[in-house]
Design a protein around this ligand. Structure first.
Ligand code: ATP
Ligand code: MG
Length: 399
């Protein structure tokens, strides 16, 4: 028999709470895991009601684990030795699961999902423990063991594990439909993207670029941020919206203090149009209450007024420091803080209003045919497909 750690056992996350949706959750998770690991063609997969298994063959467990740790819907996973559900095999595999030449404490925790197995959990625990005690200097410590040997007995196979890796939690991406995230080059919107995906929502990103006032380097930074978060989803489409004309029109037709508010309203109109085109059901941003002038509740009301589509702000109540910590955890912080201009920073007025009024916005907007310009932005947005592995982006005219 092969007593090597060449399997991975995956424990489902919050989805176990979701009674009726369970099957579709498991199905989506299964698809997502396979998609994330498509670079390892020899892997074999098996899904069951409460667990998923991967047979590694000769693939590198560390490389596979690194990718798995980003798949939402997994609460934890373990490297496992897999043997047939036979008590002698189980005892031998448990002995092989630890280094008997060392001198540590252990505990055996068996669990039967197959109730026809002829030994109950407690008997399995005792048989394994006595074999280890007989053949080594290891000692039992049920309260605080150095090593916990977990034995899961299923109908065909039994899995033996001594380790446990954190999963990404959340719901499998895709079970929550799709949203468009406004992705700037800052710290907040990549974190907002991550939180949306964690709730099972598939995302596409929108970035507003204002060349020549914003540079190619600024755009590349946004694409790099998209690449960094794409590991949580597989691939991400980024829509680059040519925003210059609309922005200039705002500055020609409105008070400077209202420029940011009007710009946000235009961004929302464009996002709603792109969402419709791409069959997405919500817009998400990295706004947080009070962070800047345009992020007051008054401002959010005035901005939301242009669309009925839900505008989700995942970091709305988080402190900046919490957002920063999360951005460090997901690996976007170092890129986010690179100094590049954004369309917002370039046209930033000296005294933006903190309590913008809807009627004033409507008055400014009535001065020119902004709708045509909004439509042009939607029509002329360029779509770029981003994958987790660094490669030349596939620019496409698919849509
Ligand atoms: P971030 O750190 O995400 O840039 P911020 O604190 O700098 O946020 P703002 O610049 O006011 O805040 O932007 C608020 C939100 O508006 C951003 O989180 C993002 O969702 C959206 N946004 C701003 N500028 C752009 C842009 N050029 N393209 C796409 N979305 C943008
Ligand atoms: Mg910003």
């Amino acid at each position: 028999m092969d007593y090597r750690y060449n399997h991975i056992l995956i424990r489902y996350g919050e989805l176990s709470l979701k009674g009726k949706n369970r099957n579709s959750f498991i199905k989506q998770l299964y698809e997502n895991v396979k998609k994330a690991l498509k670079g390892f063609p020899t892997l074999e997969y098996k899904k069951e009601h409460d667990r998923m298994y991967i047979y590694l063959h000769e693939e590198d467990a560390k490389a596979v684990s690194d990718i798995l740790s980003k798949v939402f819907g997994i609460s934890s996973f373990s490297l496992a030795i897999c043997v047939e559900s036979d008590i002698d095999e189980i005892v031998k595999a448990c002995m092989a699961s630890i280094d008997l030449n060392t001198d540590k404490t252990f505990k055996v925790a068996a669990r039967r999902s197959d109730k026809t197995f002829p030994y109950i959990s407690d008997q399995i625990n005792r048989m394994v423990a006595s074999a280890i005690l007989k053949n080594s200097n290891w000692k039992v410590d049920v309260k605080n063991p150095d090593v916990k040997i977990i034995v899961e007995v299923h109908h065909d196979s039994t899995y033996i594990m001594t380790n446990r890796m954190e999963g990404a939690g959340g719901y499998p991406v895709g079970v929550g439909n799709k949203a468009m995230v406004l992705l700037s080059g800052g710290i907040d919107s990549p974190v907002a993207s991550y939180l949306m995906m964690k709730r099972g929502v598939c995302i596409e990103c929108i970035h507003y670029a204002s060349p020549p006032y914003t540079s190619q380097a600024a755009q590349d930074k946004v694409l790099e941020l998209a690449r960094l978060i794409s590991g949580y989803q597989g691939e991400i489409l980024v829509h680059i919206v040519p925003f210059t004309n609309l922005q200039l029109a705002i500055y020609q037709n409105a008070d400077e203090s209202y420029a940011i508010t009007l710009m946000r309203r235009m961004m929302m109109r464009i996002a709603a149009g792109l969402a419709k085109k791409r069959k997405a059901l919500a817009i998400a941003t990295g706004e947080s209450i009070g962070q800047v002038a345009s992020q007051t509740l008054e401002s959010m009301n005035t901005i939301n007024d242009v669309t009925n589509m839900p505008i989700i702000r995942p970091v709305v109540c988080m402190d900046k420091i919490e957002i920063i910590n999360l951005s460090k955890k997901i690996g976007t912080y170092d890129t986010s803080i690179l100094p590049f201009e954004d369309c917002c920073t370039i046209f930033t007025p000296k005294n933006p209003v903190t309590k913008p009024r809807i009627d004033k916005c409507v008055k400014f907007e009535s001065k020119w045919d902004f709708e045509a310009m909004v439509q042009q932005c939607i029509d002329e947005a360029q779509c770029i497909k981003i994958s987790p592995v660094k490669q030349k982006e596939e620019e496409d005219d698919l849509f």
